[in-house]
Design a protein around this ligand. Structure first.
Ligand SMILES: [Zn+2]
Length: 300
């Protein structure tokens, strides 16, 4: 099939899906204007991947990372930090996630990028992790901007869980905190097939090494920031973050800059700064993918 007929088919698929989704909107109280945005985005992913797989152009590929879950911090009732420029963290993180998603998919068309939220919606921390687990993500990035009570704090830092806190999520938490917000989780299951044995084995190994790999991912992020941001490297830190607890995959909290710092707080709302953060995180993903390849190759 030529690319043109694929585009037409894709448009038809999305149109049909929109119709079906709007028909079932009453059954999905989380849907917006009758449209379940995450399902629409997931369908767009399906169309994009189908077009990519049928095309002869090979494009670039990652070795091991096939699914990335981006978690735009906060959202809905939860504004996150409010910066010197008056902007809310929840809006900045969503902007960043959309742009990072675009950048990843432009360079690696066959990588699946799922977001935990596509709109200004409230989402509990366990729901974010649950979504990443359901999506069988290879990488989980929770995106944030920082705040401090005094305005001198400046720079970027990345967190991963302390070993003692890497515990499986209690099953009773799952899916019960906001029943009406289940739509993004449904959207996650729509694309990607990971049926072959090799992928299952790989995933087991990644789970077994989750803590060590999270540390490597965190260092990759800091390296990426160092290469792109002209700010202070506050380093890789370990903490007990709810949004990382129960994640089956390498998972980190990224703090891309201080909203409360007089200069950095104005910088981070600029498009140029966001692009630097996107480039830094793209580099981080590429480097981490190479490390993952090495770790998995070294396994007996
Ligand atoms: Zn935050």
């Amino acid at each position: 099939m030529n690319p043109r007929s694929f585009q037409q088919l894709s448009a038809l698929t999305v149109g049909l899906a929109l119709l079906l989704i709007s028909q079932s909107a009453l059954a999905h109280p989380g849907a917006l204007w009758g449209i379940d945005l995450s399902s629409v985005v997931a369908l767009r992913d399906q169309a994009r991947m189908a077009a990519y797989q049928s095309a002869d152009a090979p494009g670039e590929r990652l070795n091991r990372v096939q699914t990335i879950v981006l978690d735009p911090g906060h959202g809905g009732d939860n504004n996150g930090a409010i910066g010197v420029a008056g902007i809310r963290e929840k809006h900045l993180t969503l902007e960043l996630a959309y742009h990072l998603r675009e950048a990843i998919q432009a360079r690696y068309p066959d990588v699946r990028v799922v977001m935990t939220r596509y709109w200004d919606t409230s989402l509990s921390l366990p729901e974010r992790v649950h979504l990443a687990n359901l999506a069988e993500a290879d990488v989980f990035l929770s995106l944030h901007y920082n705040a401090a009570v005094h305005n001198r704090a400046v720079g970027y830092e990345t967190f991963y869980l302390r070993p003692a806190d890497v515990t499986p999520q209690p099953p009773e938490i799952l899916g019960h905190s906001h029943g009406e917000d289940a739509s993004p989780i449904e959207g996650a299951g729509l694309v990607g097939q990971h049926g072959d044995d090799l992928v299952f084995i790989q995933r087991d190994l990644i789970r077994a090494n989750q803590h060590e790999l999270s540390a490597r991912l965190a260092h990759s992020v800091q390296d990426g920031f160092r290469g792109h941001l002209d700010s202070i490297d506050r380093g890789v830190k370990q903490a007990n973050f709810g949004v990382l607890r129960g994640a089956h995959m390498p998972a980190v909290v990224v703090e891309a800059g201080f909203l409360t710092h007089p200069e950095e707080g104005s910088d981070v709302i600029e498009r140029a700064h966001r692009q630097r953060v996107v480039n830094a995180l793209l580099d981080a993903i590429v480097n981490f993918d190479a490390e993952l390849e090495q770790v998995l190759d070294d396994q007996p």
